[in-house]
Design a protein around this ligand. Structure first.
Ligand code: SAH
Length: 242
């Protein structure tokens, strides 16, 4: 791959808000709100205790720490150095053990393929230039028979209205400019990308937000936010010509 799969403007934005990762009312409020739901989704498909887990695009470690607290041996990777600093500081203060590394998922896949029983990649695909490359790297990093989880935003008119107009401009749940609609991923696209990389989709769940109660819940409606669980087949890693 010639150029790194990184959008430097995205990294700069996450760097800028890195000291507020753990502010439950700050720019990451939605991630704090959905965290128990995504943890429950992961645990419905994978045992975490004693399991080697890679959290890709871990940010301040909101999900990484929660999985470590469940007994997982978690490695978190991200390309925002200041976010990793905040993650390390927070984990140390809480006495939670997580290994945080500054690396891309693609280069990690080159150095330790098949290392992790569980790979989580939540709210990252919509921030990178080539999401397919991330899906491929996550699959390579998963042990045969392992689980790979993605969470992202669907791409349709409703997600434009809810995730951008509603969340960034009306309800102000997220800072303006957090998301670009063109980078959202349709569930069928993610299923197809996974299928090419030895990943078979086992379950898709939506995350629904109720603006009146201001609460999220897992639901069957995948039209805006959704989560997917894939199984990594036991077949050997495929070699790609291109
Ligand atoms: N997964 C975390 C944070 C999501 S925010 C959670 O859900 O709680 C997206 C994160 O992806 C940010 O921390 C950002 O720095 C990181 N990121 C963006 N592009 C990246 C890339 N190319 N490689 C690694 N991390 C990236």
């Amino acid at each position: 791959m010639s150029s790194a799969n990184i959008d430097n403007r995205e990294i700069a934005r996450f760097d800028d808000q890195a000291d507020r990762w753990w502010d439950p009312q700050g720019p990451s409020k939605s991630l704090h709100d959905i965290n128990p739901l995504r943890l429950a989704f992961v645990e419905a498909h994978a045992e975490l205790r004693g399991t080697r887990v890679l959290d890709v695009g871990c940010g301040g470690g909101i999900l990484s720490e929660a999985m470590a607290a469940r007994g997982a041996r978690v490695t978190g990777i991200d390309m925002s150095e200041t976010s990793l600093r905040a993650a390390r500081r927070h984990a140390a203060a809480r006495g939670v053990q997580v290994d945080y590394l500054l690396t891309t998922v693609e280069s990690m896949a080159d150095t330790c393929p098949g290392r992790f029983e569980v790979v989580t990649c939540m709210e990252l695909l919509e921030h990178v230039p080539r999401p397919v490359s991330v899906v491929r790297a996550c699959s390579r990093l998963a042990a045969p028979g392992g689980r790979v989880f993605f969470a992202t935003l669907n791409r349709n008119f409703k997600s434009f209205l809810f995730a951008i107009v509603g969340a960034e401009y009306v309800l102000r749940l997220l800072p303006r400019g957090t998301h670009r609609h063109a980078r959202f991923v349709k569930p069928a696209e993610l299923v197809a990308w996974g299928a090419r990389e030895n990943l078979s989709c086992r379950q898709t769940r939506g995350l629904c937000y109720n603006p009146f109660t201001r609460r999220y819940r897992l639901c069957t409606d995948t039209s805006v936010n959704y989560l997917m669980c894939f199984h990594r087949s036991r077949a050997k890693e495929q070699t790609h010509g291109s």
